[in-house]
Design a protein around this ligand. Structure first.
Ligand SMILES: C[S@@+](CC[C@H](N)C(=O)[O-])C[C@H]1O[C@@H](n2cnc3c(N)ncnc32)[C@H](O)[C@@H]1O
Length: 470
């Protein structure tokens, strides 16, 4: 990197800010302030517009690349070596219900002793934890030892009162979109599992294995159970209870309409049936059901999760279930598929949970139940390389590699980082993985499906791959 390259990065930032300014000015809005709590305002909603997303991605990628260039290698590597401290501190803040306590305190904030006493914790230790977070722009220290929410910290506010939260046996995440549960899952079992990545790689038994019980989480928690079995075992009650809410949170990592752009749902009629295989609490299905009020949807899940899902629907969109248009079916996807007349099978964030050999079993069962008109919609990250794709890339209708202006990394670096973090999470929990488009094309072809189209929002590497039976 030369001074010219630094200037080029600076120019990308300047240009992108000018584009943002125009988008906001045109609508007579101001850009949301980091100091203010998140609200579902028009200014917030504008952040999902493709032109705005493109500018935000360029700013994110360029500023992180600029920062990485100008800092000393030792400080860069030290930051990377201690990133887990942010994770640990975030866990404390979430467990303490700090976003909710600070919402009630208002913009003036609350002295750390308020958070400490509500949680029976030592206040000076807690202040240091919140100061680290504030230094990373999560919470604000408005006066010495007085903290307030900011845009980022308030995003994991469940909206519940502190009185509700400290009631015995309360389900903190019930009825929420899942942001806090998502954090809670990552900062607990995923972080602990991830700490054993190296031990797993060098394990004579697990290192070269693609078995679903040879994941870092198996090493970390000394268990031989696959993740979905393990999380239902005694001792994991809290983890299991929050898991469906955490999965709801996966609908927040790109614009809420991403699933709606994932297929031509509007073309489906009341004669059509969508089968959401491993549909979880059914957040993506709920988006589809609200947008297309004709189509029928069956959400298939394991028994306990189906019960959790029904509970969530009855709290948030009871009409879906009451009208009979949406229903849950208990089904394990490693067995034969009972729905033989589906227009669409959805597998959203399912295949990334499993190594290839397990995905093949799932895909073959769906293929056996497919009619010639059935379409398979796989929703997962389509992992870009960190270099220009050229001959390594795949091509398919609707697929275009990310176009990053030089000298940005070809995959937009920090702006695409979630995809790679999720890839490592899939490794950690399941010995699963996120896949490139070509990997998906090969995998589906082996199971009697032909990939025909990609639908992807421009805002992230997350995409929807449509296949037809061959
Ligand atoms: C990552 S979640 C995805 C949920 C949903 N598709 C979504 O995108 O929100 C994976 C889901 O697979 C379900 N699952 C795991 N093993 C299963 C099995 N053998 N049969 C059916 N569902 C299973 C889990 O209960 C979990 O809800």
């Amino acid at each position: 990197m030369t001074i010219q390259d630094l200037k080029a990065l600076g120019n990308i930032i300047q240009d992108s800010i000018s584009k943002l300014e125009k988008q906001y000015k045109d609508r007579k809005l101001d850009f949301p302030s980091l100091d203010e709590p998140f609200s579902n305002s028009p200014a917030d909603a504008l952040q999902s517009e493709p032109a705005v997303v493109a500018a935000l991605n360029n700013i994110t990628a360029a500023s992180y690349q600029l920062m990485s260039n100008v800092r000393s290698p030792f400080l860069n590597i030290l930051d990377a070596s201690t990133a887990y401290e942010i994770t640990s501190c975030l866990r404390v803040a979430e467990q303490c219900n700090a976003p909710e306590i600070l919402r009630e305190a208002g913009p003036e904030g609350a002295h750390i002793s308020v958070i400490a006493s509500k949680n029976n914790l030592e206040p000076t230790k807690l202040a240091r934890i919140f100061r680290l977070l504030a230094t990373h722009h999560i919470f604000r220290e408005v006066k010495p030892d007085v903290f307030a929410n900011n845009r980022t910290s308030s995003y994991i506010d469940t909206g519940k009162t502190t009185e509700q939260l400290y009631e015995l046996g309360v389900d903190k995440h019930a009825g929420t979109a899942g942001a806090a549960a998502f954090v809670d899952h990552f900062v607990d079992e995923v972080m602990k599992g991830s700490a054993y990545l190296w031990e797993t790689l060098i394990s004579p038994e697990k290192g070269h294995s693609f078995s679903n019980v040879h994941a870092p989480i198996n090493e970390a928690f000394n268990t031989k159970s696959q993740f979905f079995t393990w999380i239902e075992e005694p001792g994991n009650e809290r983890r299991f209870a929050r898991y469906p809410a955490a999965i709801r949170g996966t609908s927040l990592w790109n614009s809420p309409s991403a699933i709606l752009n994932g297929y031509d749902w509007g073309a489906l009629t009341s004669d059509d049936l969508i089968v959401d295989v491993g549909g979880g609490a059914g957040m993506p299905a709920m988006h589809i059901a609200r947008a297309n009020t004709d189509v029928k949807i069956v959400i298939q899940e394991r028994e306990q999760v189906a019960e959790q899902g029904k509970q969530f629907w009855s709290e948030t969109y009871p009409d879906g279930l009451n009208s009979g248009r949406v229903s849950y079916q208990v089904h394990e996807f490693f067995g034969p598929q009972p729905q033989k007349n589906a227009s669409v099978f959805i597998l959203r964030t399912i295949l990334h949970d499993w190594p290839d050999s397990d995905c093949e079993i799932i895909l073959r069962h769906l293929r056996a139940a497919a009619t010639p008109k059935t379409r398979l919609v796989i929703g997962d990250f389509l992992i870009p390389y960190a270099c220009p794709e050229s001959e390594a890339g795949a091509s398919l209708e609707g697929y275009k590699p990310i176009e990053a202006p030089a000298p940005l990394l070809a995959n937009l670096g920090k702006a695409s980082a979630t995809a790679y973090a999720l890839d490592m999470t899939m490794f950690t929990n399941f010995n699963g993985q996120e896949r490139t488009l070509r990997h998906f094309q090969d995998l589906t072809r082996r199971c009697g499906w032909e990939a025909i189209q990609v639908y992807r929002c421009d805002d992230s590497p997350f995409g929807f791959l449509v296949s037809k039976p061959v």
